[in-house]
Design a protein around this ligand. Sequence first.
Ligand code: AMZ
Length: 266
Amino acid sequence: MRAHTLPPARKRPLTPLPASGIEPLSKSMLLFPAIDLMSGEVVRLCQGRADQKTVYSTDPAAFARQWEEEGGDYLHIVDLDAAFTGELRNIESVRAICATVRIPVELGGGMRSEGAIQQALDAGVARIIIGTRAAESLEFVREMARAFGSERIAVGIDARNGIVSVKGWTESSGLSAIDFARKAEDAGAGTIIYTDIATDGMLEGPNFAETQRMLDALDCQLIASGGVSSADDVRRLSQMPGLYGCIIGKALYDGKVHLSELAAPL
Ligand code: AMZ
């Protein structure tokens, strides 16, 4: 297993914009291409619904390498089977991806016990994402941050109308996303990943207002997810001071955004 160098566990300073007419992407924000796994295949769902699945590849490692070559900074992988059932079902694909790419990999879905987290880290994952279990127990987040270090622990907050959803987005926890994000940070999460369910996979633009509210509420690293539909969306996110990263899913798959353009030197 290769040791990955983790990006610093703090907000990154923004590069000032040059005075040219074209607004470049600020390179201070990391680009996280998304890879969702189901039954060993790379898939995408629309708004998280398992009955609206498109298969993009049956070779996740080769697929992951493509996003790395095009300029992704960090891979965001979700084991969707695990998000729905709680059981890790795609760990062999995750291991193959980690052995193939050089950029770091974060993994969510089914990170609901110390054993599952250990398995993911042993497979080469640099940071794990806790969703459902965090909503059930902030104490679990605290213990995992203590055991593995805050830089390895992200809490995934998937919100519908400002309320946290769990179990593959099939249940509402009743918790306010912003309050919960603050508490997760206090419990030791080094990163919060905020996903706006209503915009995910819809290619209608991210929820900038909620992302800004999250940024205002938090001191830890924040990754925005959901809705990116164009290079302009990414550019606008990159200009939100303090935003650490943004996840790009369907827009990449549909060719609406090209990592190579976004990652080009300024
Ligand atoms: O698309 C979905 N239905 C979905 C999804 N992408 N459901 C959960 N997830 C992701 C979350 C988070 O990264 O965004 O799974 C992770 C949470 O999993 P768990 O098993 O901890 O709740």
